[in-house]
Design a protein around this ligand. Structure first.
Ligand code: GN1
Ligand code: MG
Length: 372
């Protein structure tokens, strides 16, 4: 976890003013969510809580386009949820608008801020405490994908171009190794070899997409377990959050990334690699949950590549951590100098483990698909 300074933004008064909330803040706190944006909980005098986030414009170069996506996607989801008899006030995020009708506020220092509703009586998991939960997580991301199946994907901005283009991620890694900006290359020759040995893997899914062999869908693209809020009482998923990367993509990205994070036996930055492996039981639970809600809409080709996508997205993430380490930690939040390298190690360890378990992953997937 990144160490962040716990203090209110210098421009808090103008932000509140912009949203018509001047003088109404009764309390505040910071929460650590993910490696990218800065997040505050703001309590208001009337007892309401809201989530205030500073959009990281180093990562998201066009925050206004990003917010436009988020508003349209959440509006669309709200309608779907209502049609399905769910609770639209709780099951998706709501973006608040400024007094002058904007979906985010640009402060006098050039920072971009947005307000969301705070989903009360809900929490997220950073690791799985019982495997049934992971079934529910799979069902939640599968449902999210099917709720967005009719969203006109071509109208969404690409908030981060080529986000999961694994071959370009590979080329970026090579370029960063050559540039050696932080002078760390000599420390990571082994890791680079691990990546270079797997170059061919990085082209497989992008080729399938280019050839039209698998469809482009509207996907979440950041399906970490902690991007699902669960109800504090029932422990059932309430809503999917972190919609910054909802864009056209492949179902394989969402499946693979969820396995990468949630089926691991250890944290993303665990230093003791003997603790890191991919839990086949968790893999099975997720596949079953995911297929229970998304299975019928997937093509045979997508099903065939689900196990590979788990390995691919894990490899991609490992490459991204390694790239950032070589670049001098300019992208992901880090708490100490080797943080990105530690994260790269867990991801590569998981890749190697998945290679060992690949036949079993294929068997589990085929079996689960037969039974939907
Ligand atoms: C970032 O912000 P967070 O933690 O949800 C990253 C993901 C990575 C993830 C690795 C926009 O997600 O792509 O998989 O870290 N998000 C962005 O933990 O780059
Ligand atoms: Mg994110």
């Amino acid at each position: 976890m990144a160490i962040i300074e716990v203090k209110l933004p210098a421009t808090i008064d103008e932000i509140l003013e912009a949203y018509g909330l001047g003088g109404q803040m009764s309390d505040w706190g910071m929460i650590q969510t993910g490696h990218i944006n800065r997040t505050y909980i703001i309590s208001l005098n009337n007892g309401e809580k809201r989530l205030l986030q500073k959009i990281n414009t180093n990562v998201f170069k066009k925050p206004l386009e990003l917010m436009d996506n988020v508003v349209r996607v959440t509006d669309f989801l709200r309608e779907r949820i209502a049609e399905e008899g769910g609770d639209p006030t709780r099951e998706t995020l709501k973006v608040f608008f400024t007094q002058d009708g904007k979906n985010c506020y640009t402060d006098s220092q050039g920072g971009y801020w947005r307000f969301y509703n705070f989903v009360d009586n809900a929490f997220s998991y950073n690791s799985i405490e019982n495997d049934d939960l992971f079934f529910r997580a799979g069902a939640a991301f599968g449902k999210f994908q099917s709720q967005l199946a009719d969203f006109p994907g071509e109208t969404l901005f690409e908030t981060i171009p080529d986000f999961h283009h694994t071959y370009k991620r590979f080329l970026n890694l090579k370029a960063s190794a050559e540039k050696n900006a932080a002078n760390r290359r000599s420390e990571v020759e082994e890791e680079l070899k691990f990546a270079y040995d797997r170059e061919d893997d990085t082209k497989i899914v992008v080729d399938l997409i280019e050839k039209g062999e698998i469809p482009v869908r509207v996907t979440h693209n950041d399906t970490k377990l902690n991007n699902i809020m669960f109800d504090s009482k029932t422990k059932n998923p309430v809503c999917v959050v972190d919609l910054d990367t909802v864009m056209p993509g492949s179902a394989l990205y969402d499946f693979g990334d969820a396995i990468r994070f949630g089926a691991s036996t250890a944290a993303e930055d665990e230093k003791d690699l003997s603790k890191v492996s991919m839990d086949l039981n968790l893999y099975e639970k997720y596949v079953k949950g995911y297929l229970s809600t998304a299975g019928k809409s997937l093509t045979e080709k997508e099903i065939e590549f689900l196990p590979f996508s788990a390995k691919l997205l894990t490899f991609e993430c490992g490459m991204r951590f390694l790239t950032d380490y070589l670049d001098g930690d300019v992208y992901f939040g880090t708490a100490y100098p080797e943080h990105n390298l530690d994260r790269c190690h867990t991801q590569f360890k998981l890749v190697a483990d998945m290679e060992q378990k690949f036949e079993e992953m294929k068997r589990i997937t085929a079996e689960a698909y037969k039974n939907i």
